[in-house]
Ligand binder design. Structure first.
Ligand SMILES: Nc1ncnc2c1ncn2[C@@H]1O[C@H](COP(=O)(O)OP(=O)(O)OP(=O)(O)O)[C@@H](O)[C@H]1O
Ligand SMILES: [Mg+2]
Length: 356
């Protein structure tokens, strides 16, 4: 069976920036691919190419067996898209926004209404359904936009950072909605910056960096590759760092990372809470005073550090691998120039494709 989404060697440049540098991927029907990567990796650009909103310089792609470059209108009739920035009509109510999408797709008025109400319920927006979207909070807009992408139950869905900006309760609710969709047979490509999210939702993960897929596999495989959990210790004084590293090395299954200025030591371990308890006892036995200690699961930074030898921030200075430095100062908030601001009309073009 042909994959529901297939991309071969997609290249896209914007001036000097090689946003896509040969992206290839495939998503079998009925499965979820998580596209995981830091800011500017090329996630949104990949989604825009696959959803016909952007032409690549080279490469080819098919969605549901249809060539994206040759038959964009046919592709549009088969997909749903929720972009990174919510594209809702400010002057319509939540209900009207969803009803409008149904009508764009030529649903019967009664069906469009019923579907709108059902989706408002799923996304915890029933109480706000008669307010104009311009009074919605960021998270509410996000949810309305996601609901709009689900109006017509398309067989293939693209969700670009669907849970960014959602509070924990709504994030969980969205995960459940996504799981239901997938149970019903929808093929999904979602982008995320959270390993945890890809872990929960995706059958398969593609890690992207600098416009390339640098690793591919199940969450378990990637985690095995980067090795278990991490013990993170902050020692009380800088002169204790070396001692602590030596005390912890007995439990390490990989190279410990040290941030000198914060006195933080991160050690890959396997064995969970027991190892943590042992480590605490060992530090105590050596009278190494600590400010903080904890066990945590691998983060995107750990994945990157392990796959590429650098943290998510390529230009990261000072040897830290923390989250603070993430982001290359581009990829967000651009105006015009084919930027993300164009996704409102784009989405309607995708919707209107149904009629063509
Ligand atoms: N329309 C555009 N014009 C100029 N440069 C662009 C444009 N779209 C994307 N880029 C550049 O291409 C690169 C990839 O951007 P993209 O939006 O695909 O990243 P991303 O992985 O979605 O990042 P984020 O996590 O920040 O959303 C970035 O360097 C970005 O600045
Ligand atoms: Mg993006």
């Amino acid at each position: 069976m042909a994959p529901a989404i297939q991309a071969e060697n997609l290249v896209k440049t914007f001036g000097d920036v090689r946003a896509l540098d040969g992206v290839s991927l495939d998503v079998p029907e009925g499965t979820v691919l998580g596209l995981l990567g830091p800011n500017g990796a090329g996630k949104t650009t990949t989604v825009r190419v696959l959803t016909t909103l952007l032409r690549p310089d080279s490469g080819r792609a098919t969605v549901a067996g249809v060539d994206v470059l040759k038959h964009p209108n046919r592709v549009r009739s088969l997909i749903g898209l929720s972009g990174q920035y919510a594209a809702v009509d400010e002057y319509l109510t939540g209900f009207e926004n969803l009803q409008m999408v149904g009508e764009l797709y030529q649903m019967r008025a009664r069906d469009a209404k019923a579907r709108a109400l059902e989706l408002l319920e799923w996304f915890n927006l029933t109480e706000a359904k008669d307010r104009t979207a311009k009074t919605y909070s960021g998270g509410m807009r996000r949810r309305l936009d996601l609901a709009a992408a689900l109006v017509v139950r398309p067989p293939v869905m693209f969700l670009d950072e669907p849970t960014t900006g959602l509070d924990p309760r709504n994030r969980l609710a969205l995960w459940e909605v996504i799981e239901t969709l997938v149970e019903q047979g929808t093929t999904l490509l979602l982008t995320t910056q959270y390993l945890e999210e890809a872990d929960r939702l995706a059958h398969d993960i593609a890690v992207v960096d600098h416009g390339r897929v640098i690793a591919r596999g199940t969450a378990d495989r990637l985690k095995a590759q980067i090795g278990g959990e991490r013990i993170e210790v902050v020692v009380h004084r800088a002169d204790l760092v070396a001692d602590a590293v030596s005390a912890l090395s007995a439990y390490a299954i990989g190279e410990p990372a040290v941030e000198k200025n914060t006195r933080r030591i991160t050690v890959p371990v396997s064995g969970g809470a027991k190892v943590l308890a042992d480590a605490i006892r060992e530090l105590d036995a050596r009278s190494i005073e600590i400010d903080d200690i904890g066990l945590r699961r691998p983060t995107l930074d750990d994945v990157f550090l392990s796959l590429t030898g650098h943290a998510t921030e390529a230009e990261d200075e000072g040897g830290t691998t923390g989250k603070g430095g993430r982001g290359r100062g581009h990829g967000k908030g651009r105006a015009g120039d084919d930027g993300e601001g164009g996704q409102g009309p784009d989405k309607q073009a995708v919707a209107a494709g149904k009629e063509l």
